[in-house]
Design a protein around this ligand. Structure first.
Ligand code: FAD
Length: 120
């Protein structure tokens, strides 16, 4: 099996923007692609809610479906209208995966997204 340090390298260098949050979507970790895609340095984001990325254009029903699904420990995939730090919007193709502890409680969420603006 691979040493644990390999998993960190993989996440840090992934081309997808990766973030890890607590169970309320407060950001605990963001990789360097997350900085490239969102414009925010990881230290600016730690402790902020992922809603900092909302352009406030995504219908509320999308967020409700997202939360219903992930709170039932199901992954969710969809497209959100996000706001880059510079102010412009971009389309984020996002997958959220609930991460469970050994007791089956959701302790983290893994978010992985990329900018798909040019594909739409
Ligand atoms: P909110 O106050 O979050 O409410 C919107 C609706 O979501 C509510 O009516 C409620 O039904 C539901 N809801 C919110 N929080 C909870 C909760 N803790 N439990 C159950 N239901 C809840 N949003 C983006 O816009 N862009 C992103 O890139 C993005 N990435 C995310 C990545 C991860 C890993 C996670 C977990 C969430 C992400 N979100 C993202 C969702 C984000 O946390 C917000 O819910 C969303 O941005 C809406 O924010 P709001 O303040 O407008 O509304």
């Amino acid at each position: 099996t691979l040493p644990a340090s390999v998993f960190r390298l993989v996440v840090e260098q992934s081309a997808l923007a990766i973030s890890i949050t607590d169970s309320k979507a407060n950001i605990l970790y963001a990789n360097s692609a997350f900085q490239r895609v969102t414009g925010y340095a990881p230290e600016e984001l730690i402790g902020c809610n992922e809603s900092i990325l909302s352009y406030q254009m995504t219908p509320k029903s999308v967020y409700e479906t997202l939360w219903t699904q992930i709170s039932h420990q199901q992954p969710w995939n969809g497209i959100l209208v996000n706001r880059h730090k510079a102010g412009h919007c971009y389309l984020a193709d996002l997958t959220i995966t609930p991460i469970m502890d050994n007791e089956g409680c959701t302790v983290y969420y893994l978010g992985m997204h990329r900018d798909v603006t040019e594909m739409h």
